[in-house]
Design a protein around this ligand. Sequence first.
Ligand SMILES: [Zn+2]
Length: 159
Amino acid sequence: MPPVAPLVPRGNHGGRTRRRDDAVRRSRRDATGPVRRRRDYRTDGRLTTAGWRAALSDGRLLGQECADCGHVTAAPKAACARYGSRALETTELPEEGAVYSATRVEVAPEGFDAPYHVGVVTVGDGRVMARLENDAAVGETVAFRGSASTPEGPAPRFG
Ligand SMILES: [Zn+2]
């Protein structure tokens, strides 16, 4: 794969500062009306797979945003996939997305009931593997509908 030119030069944090991010977070919180109880799904300040799954079980879809370059991932990572920064902040992902890919599973692994639909859904800047409630077409807009219980743990459900 050829190297991809960075959107912002290394060392330049794109004008983003912690103070600005805190202000954005405050204004988002103020704009949401009734305060939703905030659980901390992080361990040692980091979003882990266990925390991500716990949030999903509570009906929240979390991702991580790189404080250095703004790259968003829809699943917990140890470092930013773009430049390797470890300054990742937990963020709530949009609850509406577009189907990026989809497939119908006819022959299921042990413990799963076939047929079912899975796909990759683009949510904001991130992409998440999800259960699809129906035969969604690529490009179709779908909404986050909580978690689906699977033998391997909760999975995001879109439909
Ligand atoms: Zn980054």
